[in-house]
Design a binder for this molecule. Structure first.
Ligand code: DLL
Length: 433
């Protein structure tokens, strides 16, 4: 039976959700206009005032907000409340320039934890469960968000944070953890370590995993589910909007329900900014309609996915987003062809490899080089050069048919690629362009 944290809102009729969104949006726009000079200036420059925003259909009239605004306004320029009302920050390591610092009032933490609690219930969690949170704690939002959600559901919460893998496995066994929260790459590593220790799915009590914070393929889901003997649920979020729980998967495992009572989603053409119709792939843009301290309005996430309003078997009525392929800024352009690491992962896993790989791109004599290093699994490990070459050719052909360009594949020994305890680093781009 499907289990909800807040069924009255998670399964509310569409009209009710739209009514709530309209009401909250109008209030939020008025609030940022009155309280945040940065937003007021942006709106004035764009020729729009709060009077122009009466319903969700008016959203497109507002200017976008992007990472560069966050940098310009760093650290306090987008704070939506007096400092005395803000009680927490979380932060993310920007790959370029300043970190993103997001602020929270008590109300903001409350709604964030509600969102995480919804995700845990959707994964079957109840107060009977033991929930091990192996996302990092601290500035990263993964640990604190799921910790708070787990408390709200009433699970016994085990805040291991990331790392110390053998101790993670010991706690899962000794404390009887039934739900595991971590990045999918760390879940895969836990599975690998368990195998080395001679442990199989029947030796651990886990039944569900809540995995997110990075792009992962359906093939990786299949592998993790088999190795750990669990159902693996996707969870999505970003620091700017609170953290994990902006969207989460239900028993249907077919797209993530966006918590529409808090976040309005749009899909836009990343080049023109035009709003695209339902079902079309494009860049995800969010408006947070009841966050106080860090009220993001039309924030461009750079994540590429599509939305679906098709009825879901779980009974939830909130729109679903497809698994993000990756960020538009993670997308590699190699010899003019768009390449997402998640596409490479799909090919590797379909050929029987694990998700232990690295993509190395460089430019030599004005031509892009494209190397994919892939670990052999312990079962396939061999020093027979002929066999290795033939496997490399196979993989290279698989990649070429997926991507349309040729990659140089090198098979490397098991465990030679560094494992990640948080978000995995898959790409090394050495090009200086
Ligand atoms: O990664 C929040 C989070 C923590 C989500 C734990 C889920 C679980 P940031 O560090 O700010 O926040 O990174 C946000 O990570 O824009 C996406 O590009 C990516 N991302 C997050 N979840 C997923 C997912 C957290 N399920 C950025 N699938 C986002 C694909 C994801 N990408």
């Amino acid at each position: 039976m499907e289990h909800y944290y807040q069924p009255e809102i998670e399964c509310a009729p569409r009209e009710e959700i739209v009514r709530l969104q309209n009401e909250r949006l109008v209030k939020q726009i008025r609030r940022v206009w009155d309280n945040v000079p940065y937003y007021r200036k942006k709106m004035e420059d764009h020729g729009v005032t709060p009077d122009d925003i009466k319903t969700v259909d008016d959203l497109h009239k507002l200017p976008f907000l992007s990472k560069s605004d966050l940098r310009d306004a760093y650290p306090y320029g987008l704070l939506g409340t007096p400092l005395r009302d803000a009680v927490r920050i979380q932060s993310t390591s920007g790959t370029t320039g300043k970190r993103v610092v997001a602020f929270y009032t008590r109300h903001d933490i409350d709604l964030w934890e509600d969102c995480c609690a919804r995700a845990i219930c959707a994964a079957g969690g109840t107060n009977e469960d033991v929930c091990q949170v192996s996302y990092g704690y601290g500035l990263f939002t993964g640990g604190p968000g799921l910790n708070g959600g787990s408390h709200k559901v009433g699970c016994l919460t085990v805040p291991t944070s990331s790392g110390n893998t053998d101790r993670q496995i010991m706690f899962i066994q000794d404390l009887g953890a039934t739900i595991l929260c971590c990045t999918p790459s760390y879940a895969a590593y836990l599975g690998e370590r368990m195998k080395e220790m001679g442990l199989g799915p029947d030796d651990i009590p886990l039944k569900a995993g809540i995995f997110g914070a990075e792009a992962w393929s359906e093939e990786m889901r299949r592998d993790i589910q088999n190795t750990l003997g669990i159902k693996a649920y996707d969870i999505y979020g970003l620091t700017e909007l609170s953290g994990p729980g902006v969207a989460f998967e239900c028993s249907d495992q077919h797209g993530m329900h966006i918590n529409e009572d808090h976040f309005i989603a749009e899909i836009i053409d990343p080049d023109t900014g035009e709003v695209l119709p339902e079902g079309t792939e494009g860049e995800l843009v969010f408006t947070a309609i009841d966050k106080e301290a860090f009220p993001m309005i039309r924030y461009r996430t750079r994540d590429i996915c599509s939305l679906s309003r098709e009825k879901c078997s779980c009974g939830r009525t909130h729109v679903r987003m497809s698994k993000p392929k990756g960020r538009s800024d993670d997308m590699l352009i190699i010899r003019g062809v768009n390449v997402f690491p998640s596409q490479i992962e799909t090919v590797l896993l379909n050929h029987g490899y694990a998700a232990n790989y690295q993509i190395i791109v460089d430019r030599v004599n004005n031509t892009d080089t494209f190397d994919v290093q892939v670990e052999m699994t312990p079962e396939m490990f061999t020093d027979n050069v002929g066999e290795i070459e033939s496997r490399q050719r196979d993989l290279s052909a698989g990649l070429q048919s997926m991507l349309g360009i040729k990659a140089k594949v090198s098979l490397v020994a098991p465990k030679s690629i560094v494992r990640s305890e948080g978000k995995a680093v898959r790409v090394i781009d050495k090009r200086k362009i």
